[in-house]
Write a protein that binds this ligand. Sequence first.
Ligand SMILES: O=P(O)(O)OC[C@H]1O[C@H](O)[C@H](O)[C@@H](O)[C@@H]1O
Length: 275
Amino acid sequence: MAIDPCTSQTLTAPDGAELTVCTHGGHVTGWTPAGGRPRLWLSPTAECGPGLAIRGGVPVIFPQFAGRGPLPKHGLARNRAWTQVEAGPGVWSARLVDDEETRKVWPHAFELELTARAQGQTLDLELTARNPSDETWSFTAALHSYFTVGDPAAVITGLGGRVAADSTGGPEFVLGEPGGAIEALTTRDVAIEGAGDPVALEDPQLGRLVVTANGFPDRVVWNPGAGHGLGDVPDGAERGWVCIEPAVLQPVELTPGSDWTGSMRLDAGGHSADS
Ligand SMILES: O=P(O)(O)OC[C@H]1O[C@H](O)[C@H](O)[C@@H](O)[C@@H]1O
């Protein structure tokens, strides 16, 4: 039976961890660790459909991050229907391959697969890109994760003292104090190349969420702040989330027949807000 790309499915692991997904965009829209509270933010006014990108969860950015190239912003993967490959308890995977429509935007043959697994206190996402064509192409990518913020005092650790730049370009600067935390809800849109692990969102209400990644060496931190003008984010709702985005911002070259894999682990099992 064909799945409506915009219909959500919730896949519950045996230990109670919950993963919510939809095939539009190959999108994880929700995650609740076992016995915990939801940790991914999804806009109450998110839109879904051909050409639209769901606001929240984990949009897959491929083959271009933001406006860093000639393609539409954030590329082509997030705003079209993928095909489900597997759906099981806490586990899901989906695939996107090129077709006539994608080749109008980006004239290459490609295969993209996202696998998600929720188990206990962790969520693992793995993105694989393959080049089945006979020409080399390159891409940038990100797992553009929207994390719920439950307390305005929430901070991000692991990035203080790093060299950053406005994600849309501009001079480099040092982010916060070395070893220090930065406020989660400050208006910012910064890229930190070669950021290293771990980065954590420390939220007095929700607890600690550790973000680690392989194959995504860079991190983008984004909160648009008040007066954002985003049609799919109600005024004030930007105080309920921050994006911490594992990304690969320098183009990766894929030769014919080769592939690339990047992964992200979210771990809510550090210190809970109640402990
Ligand atoms: O509004 P979107 O197209 O989803 O982009 C949302 C945001 O994505 C990233 O975080 C970029 O760094 C931002 O510059 C951009 O505004």
